[in-house]
Unconditional design. Structure first.
Length: 195
């Protein structure tokens, strides 16, 4: 599949790149999810692939690293599966990276894909790199806060979070929508609805 990015690159680079977050509604107008949740779970069972499960209950966070043998112990809420470098292991997902080749290769790391159940997520956090979030199957509400000095804390040794924040973006993303977040802006996802 060839994904067509509906983005004016010169305008984006001038107004948003490393400056301000932006939601690109229907950023991929012809979006078809190249990977099912079951396929993602299967990748996380492979020892060569970097994956983690993040869950929380009653304010206590847990992080487990793959490979995973089973998901039977997980309930129907409050967990997320994250798999790194999926584009290296699953050719159809690599097509999602091609439209971003307007950026230099050294700016592009990998395609991380997550699957969350209601209440899942990694909590409020920030990244030190540019992030393009492509909404796949289902819908999620994303909140993005200003780039301000903020206290970080570790509710788990493998999880760095920030304090709650006021949102400058509070938006529900649907399949094919893209959210760009520059380095240092705070973000939090709230799983919304599945199809």
């Amino acid at each position: 599949m060839e994904y067509q990015l509906t983005l004016n690159w010169p305008d984006f680079l001038e107004r948003h790149w490393q400056k301000r977050p932006v939601v690109l509604k229907r950023g991929f107008s012809n979006f078809i999810d190249p990977l099912s949740p079951d396929e993602l779970a299967g990748l996380a069972m492979e020892s060569e692939i970097d994956s983690r499960l993040v869950s929380h209950q009653d304010g206590k966070w847990q992080v487990s690293h793959g490979p995973f043998e089973s998901y039977d112990h997980l309930g129907e809420s409050n967990w997320s599966l994250l798999v790194q470098a999926v584009n290296h292991w699953h050719e159809p997902t690599a097509a999602l990276m091609r439209p971003f080749r307007a950026l230099p290769d050294w700016r592009i790391d990998d395609l991380m894909i997550s699957f969350s159940v209601p209440g899942g997520g990694v909590g409020p956090h920030l990244d030190q790199y540019d992030v393009f979030i492509i909404q796949g199957t289902g819908r999620r509400r994303w909140r993005v806060g200003e780039k301000l000095q903020m206290r970080q804390h570790c509710p788990h040794p493998d999880l760095l979070q920030v304090d709650p924040f006021d949102a400058i973006i509070d938006e529900e993303l649907e399949p094919g929508d893209i959210l760009y977040i520059p380095p240092g802006f705070r973000m939090k996802v709230m799983p919304w609805k599945t199809p």
